[in-house]
Design a protein around this ligand. Structure first.
Ligand code: PNS
Length: 165
């Protein structure tokens, strides 16, 4: 436990936008690890709905975060960023078995690239196992309610993007 308390973990992703599932994973990490850095990918291959700045601002505004939490942008290889941050633990959320194949492949590839870096999986609360950034955007685009699926700041931003309200 003492070791975990002094450990810096990276929680990487596109966060386009951050959902309650992501927030739940961060909160679980904060209970276990000494420092949590959310690492937001600068240039996802898919064109993001929200700019890097917007994605970062929404994560920061989602909660009153403790001092051992931070959000940073990264590009290039995740393992290179982890080395720069002196972190040897990557955290990924696992919602359902369908996530597993992609996550398993990515974890093993990252291990091949950087054998000292481990990937740790966290399961979010079951209320959020069906929540994804992609579905949240689709619901908001089609005029549905995303209340409870995303932080209030994200719900407002989605409304603004899609309806200009
Ligand atoms: O939220 P996402 O889109 O599922 O996150 C994917 C992410 C950002 C973790 C992944 O695409 C990534 O690590 N990209 C950085 C480039 C990299 O290191 N690629 C090799 C992964 S094995």
């Amino acid at each position: 436990m003492a070791k975990a308390a002094s450990t810096v973990v990276l929680y990487p992703g596109s966060f386009d936008p951050v959902t309650m599932g992501h927030i739940d994973v961060v909160e679980r990490c904060l209970k276990i690890f000494g420092r949590v850095v959310v690492a937001v990918l600068k240039n996802p291959q898919k064109e993001p709905l929200f700019s890097l700045r917007e994605r970062i601002a929404m994560i920061r505004a989602a909660r009153r975060w403790p001092q051992n939490f931070s959000v940073e942008a990264f590009d290039g290889l995740l393992v290179d960023f982890a080395k720069r941050k002196r972190s040897n633990i990557l955290v990924r959320g696992l919602r359902e078995i369908s996530d597993f194949e992609y996550e398993f492949q990515m974890a093993l590839m990252n291990r091949r690239l950087a054998p000292r870096i481990e990937t740790v999986f966290m399961m979010p609360k079951t209320d959020y196992t069906h929540v994804s950034s992609r579905l949240v955007k689709e619901i908001a685009f089609l005029g549905g309610s995303v209340k409870g699926l995303v932080p209030a700041v994200v719900a407002r931003a989605l409304r603004k993007k899609y309806t200009n309200q």
